[in-house]
Design a protein around this ligand. Structure first.
Ligand code: HEM
Length: 127
């Protein structure tokens, strides 16, 4: 199995992730509530990873603020278990498609970001 090498690889990875995540019992309903048009969403998330992994691409955004907003819209019901599930699916999909330094890096980064994201959401609630 080869490593993640290009923006096209990231697009394939993010696409495969959402194919699974949008049918997940816990996460699926959340994604369907916020995302109508999947292709632009997948492109945006892939460009986030391109910026994170390769320092290229055109991603502009603030994922931390955006997920706080998602939690607010969901009446503050995002929990650690949602993030654990997100990371579990992310790792499974990555391992099924790629192996190598970048693949390891993207799993590690996702897990770190998920942890920080949940802490920020939690802090935003108690403000
Ligand atoms: C409980 C876990 C998570 C849930 C339920 C979730 C849900 C969502 C939803 C609903 C959106 C679309 C929001 C909108 O466009 O209005 C979104 C966007 C996004 N998510 Fe997540 N997310 C989760 C975790 C993560 C993690 C851990 C990462 C990164 C490691 C991530 C990265 C992104 C990115 C990059 C976007 C696009 C941001 C933008 O539009 O600029 N998400 N997420």
């Amino acid at each position: 199995m080869r490593d993640i090498e290009s923006p096209e690889d990231l697009h394939r990875l993010v696409d495969a992730f959402y194919s699974k995540a949008k049918n997940d019992k816990m996460l699926g309903p959340i994604f369907h509530r916020f995302v109508d048009d999947w292709e632009p969403h997948i492109r945006k998330v892939a460009s986030f990873w391109e910026a994170t992994l390769f320092s290229t691409g055109s991603y502009r955004g603030n994922p931390m603020a955006l997920h706080q907003k998602v939690d607010e819209t969901l009446s503050h019901s995002l929990e650690q278990s949602h993030f654990n599930k997100w990371v579990k699916i992310w790792n499974e999909i990555t391992d099924s498609m790629f192996a190598g330094t970048k693949a390891d890096m993207i799993k590690q980064r996702a897990s770190n970001i998920a942890n920080i994201m949940f802490i920020k959401i939690y802090q935003a609630r108690t403000k």
